[in-house]
Design a protein around this ligand. Structure first.
Ligand SMILES: Cc1cc2nc3c(=O)[nH]c(=O)nc-3n(C[C@H](O)[C@H](O)[C@H](O)COP(=O)(O)OP(=O)(O)OC[C@H]3O[C@@H](n4cnc5c(N)ncnc54)[C@H](O)[C@@H]3O)c2cc1C
Length: 525
């Protein structure tokens, strides 16, 4: 029987990211995907800057960007009666604004899921420790105190094989069989509105090239639809929402009817259009009641399903995988106790809930769930969610509080205040390292890192024997201000780039203090 430390079920963006992360952490894994290849529909397209930071830290940012569109091709969000008709409103999303550079040096990226997944697959397959098997379905599993026994079935030949894994990551999407088998309930609202996604070929440049946007919302008496930019030239998504409100059913979207609707949405009756595919889907806004069940962990859409308004589903999932994988690696290597694995649920489930609520609020403000076609503008928070993207703050036993008050912001969705308050994302600040100006974001991603002030050498000495990479940073740049420490202080950043512990200044016994913090974080206390 095959034995692997980690079995990943699902080769969507989240499962593929988990495979890559585990390999880079030195953990062998097997990923199974029931389809013969990666996604054929461009569902997610907006990769937010926090997710791009993760890709940057894993060394794959350039490959992802090469598959996506440059920012110059998607700088706006546009509301219009028809593409050729009267424009109603135009906005610059926060991620495309100059303010973004103060928060992160890493830009968001527009890259359709069917272009992104092959990149993630390639990057995961390049790693010797991560095996990926397509045409392979998880058909059964059971767990005991020592591991998970899984039955894998070839979707081509029907042959089965048994695999024993220490842990199972369920990245098997919104209809997760793993979740259902475990009887984990979803909390929230199911089926909040219905939609159809049409993938099409048409040259829309005459109506878009002077206002390059990620989204063109079509709002008129007859329809509420969206053109989704894919290559900004001749490949587009066409999303029709609130079908019931228009008296439509998914079956109505025959290729002929789809072409007719697209022409009406553009406002050009004889526009050449080719329909490449039609995918109906129903938006839900619900979150698993728990993300962990023994040795099984839910990530991505298996853990939370949310309306795509705001573009958070895949981003939240990638960030789940990033939170989970370093913890699994630490436990599998014997560095951490099982309690660290409980912090995955404690940290990510509240984040999943909060984001799902906001995605639903975006959808509601845009009239997605209405029975009538009363036009409503998207609320101010829509695509202005930097507080939610960068301000996710964890409270669990893997974070050691320092007694300071949590930084307060007026609106946690839109407002982000850079801070190294324990539990928060270690903020971006410029520092000098080996004579070079780099962002703190460049310093994190694969292990524990200790940032110490210029007189924090004792913290650095304490860090090395604990397997923490110490960096004593000078004051050429004003990084300590945002990190909230004196030149004798230090901040411990976890492998996921979140602050695990902070000391504003020196301590009598740095070895004991830091050792105690690491033991607490790693669930060994
Ligand atoms: C119209 C639309 C627009 C969107 N826009 C955005 C956006 O801009 N930004 C964003 O972040 N998100 C967006 N999303 C959401 C995003 O597409 C999902 O959140 C994302 O696909 C979730 O990734 P995942 O890997 O968790 O699951 P999935 O992509 O669903 O992948 C799960 C995989 O598991 C496989 N699988 C299932 N069961 C088994 C089994 N038993 N054995 C083996 N394999 C199995 C499936 O075949 C599938 O490939 C959008 C969604 C839609 C519909």
């Amino acid at each position: 029987m095959l034995e692997v430390p980690v079995l990943i079920v699902g080769g969507g963006p989240v499962g593929l990211t988990a495979s890559l992360l585990l390999s880079r952490l030195g953990i062998t894994s097997l990923l199974v995907e029931r389809h013969p290849g990666t996604a054929i529909h461009p569902k997610a397209r907006g990769i937010n800057a926090r997710t791009m930071e993760i890709f940057h830290q894993q060394g794959i940012e350039d490959e992802v960007r090469a598959a996506g569109l440059p920012p110059s091709k998607a700088g706006f969000i546009v509301w219009t009666r028809t593409l050729a008709g009267e424009e109603i409103e135009r906005r610059v999303p926060w991620g495309q604004s100059e303010k973004r550079a103060e928060v992160t040096p890493v830009r968001p990226c527009l890259c359709a899921q069917d272009y992104l997944e092959p990149v993630l697959r390639r990057c995961a397959e390049r790693q010797p420790l991560g095996e990926l098997r397509f045409d392979t379905e998880l058909t059964k599993f059971e767990q005991d105190d020592t591991g998970v026994l899984a039955t894998l079935t070839s979707t081509k030949s029907g042959e089965t094989e048994q695999v024993r894994a220490r842990y199972l990551i369920a990245a098997d999407g919104a209809q997760s069989r793993v979740r259902a088998t475990l009887g984990i309930a979803m909390q929230g609202e199911r089926d909040v509105y219905d939609s159809v996604n049409v993938l099409l070929e048409a040259d829309l440049r005459p109506w878009v090239q002077d206002r390059p946007s990620a989204l063109y919302f079509i709002e008129n008496e007859e329809m509420r639809a969206t053109f989704l930019t894919i290559n900004a030239h001749d490949r587009w998504g066409f999303l029709v929402n609130s079908l019931r409100a228009h008296g439509l059913k998914p079956e109505d979207f025959t290729p002929e009817r789809s072409v007719e609707m697209i022409r009406r949405a553009v406002g050009i009756p004889d526009l050449p259009v080719k329909v490449l595919g039609v995918a109906p889907w129903v938006a839900s806004a619900h979150v698993a009641e728990r993300y962990r069940d023994g040795r099984v962990f839910l990530v991505g859409d298996a853990a939370h399903e949310m309306p795509p308004t705001g573009g958070f589903g895949m981003n939240t999932g990638v960030q789940d995988a990033q939170n989970l994988c370093w913890k699994l690696a630490a436990v599998l290597k014997g560095d951490a106790g099982d309690a660290l694995l409980d912090t995955y649920n404690a940290e990510r489930q509240p984040v999943g809930k909060a984001i799902t609520e906001q995605a639903l609020a975006n959808a509601a403000s845009m009239g997605r769930m209405e029975k009538t076609l009363q036009g409503k503008g998207a609320r101010r928070e829509f695509l202005n969610e930097q507080g939610m993207i960068f301000g996710a703050t964890y409270g669990s036993s893997a974070v050691v509080p320092d007694g300071s008050p949590r930084p307060a912001v007026a609106n946690p969705v839109t407002d982000y205040m850079p801070s190294a308050w324990p539990g928060s994302r270690a903020p971006h600040a410029w520092v000098r390292k080996d004579g070079e100006r780099v962002s703190t974001i460049d310093l994190f991603g694969n292990g524990f890192v200790l940032l110490a002030g210029a007189k924090g050498g004792a913290w650095a000495d304490a860090a090395r024997p604990l397997g923490i990479k110490p960096l004593v940073l000078g004051d050429e740049e004003s990084w300590r201000e945002v990190y909230g420490i004196a030149d004798t202080g230090a901040v411990l950043v976890r492998p996921d780039g979140h602050v695990g512990w902070r000391s504003a200044d020196g301590a009598g016994d740095p070895g004991r203090t830091l050792g105690g913090a690491m033991a607490a974080i790693q669930g060994r206390a």
